[in-house]
Design a protein around this ligand. Sequence first.
Ligand SMILES: N[C@@H](CCC[C@H](N)C(=O)O)C(=O)O
Length: 303
Amino acid sequence: MASDVRPFLKMNGLGNDFVVWDARQKPLQLAKDQIAQLGDRGHGIGFDQMITVERSAYGVDAFMRIHNCDGSQVDACGNATRCIGRLLMEEAGKDMVTIETNAGLLHAFDADGPRTVTVDMGVPRLEWDQIPLAEEFADTRAIELQIGPIDEPILHTPAVVNMGNPHAIFWVDDVEAYDLARVGPLLEHHPIFPEGANISLAHVFDENQIRLKVWERGAGLTLACGTAACATAVAAVRDNKAGRKTTIHLPGGPIDIEWRESDGHVLMTGLTEIEFEGEVDLATLSWRRTEDGDVPVEAGAAS
Ligand SMILES: N[C@@H](CCC[C@H](N)C(=O)O)C(=O)O
């Protein structure tokens, strides 16, 4: 097979990392096992998600296709929307762009602070069949679900929110007190979630300050998950645990969320980073680094 070498960017939003392809001029389609091979941190490039930027059928700035590192295609990724927003704004010299995703049209804005982007993630969906759940629950602030012994559950009664993808949030006193790598997969694939779910442990440790650890559907433990941060902020407001503006502290850093009262939209603001540029030979999936990325943002420079 003739070699087909394609350039890519390696980016991250607070450590939630992506390989990004520009497929606007030349389409790119990879099979599930090829994505998983490239995503493997041992032998491939290693990433949480693969992002393919394509031309938008709606004529907006671009369409963003999202695959988890296990090769599954999904509809939403908050951190990647900020990263792609930054690339498209820099390319067009604009301070706002519109990105088409399978979860809808999202607007990204240049925010205060270096490489900092706000994305309007739209309106959260809160009904049981919108999450979706396998059975009806009138109140999605705390659904009947538990793992562990019946009389002494390890985790129980999560809030559920759909931010373009399904999230379950367990309120705990200490996010480090649980083995999320062990319980995450059990909960992700629990029969109550017919499409699986992203699983979060959340702790309100101060006024409007929430610590969060996330097990991502199709990707596993992550340093940050933008949609999980949005879902958690929404769940906190619904349960009177926080106000409409919160800072969510993830292992990769802080992310600011506002659940706007006027129109119910969720706004997410945080850093983006280009790690490096590289190229992949699609015939063999061998890859190499070609250019360095951003120089680190000085501590305290971001908003
Ligand atoms: N990292 C993302 C979410 C990626 C998709 C997720 N794993 C899913 O399967 O829904 C984010 O920043 O939101």
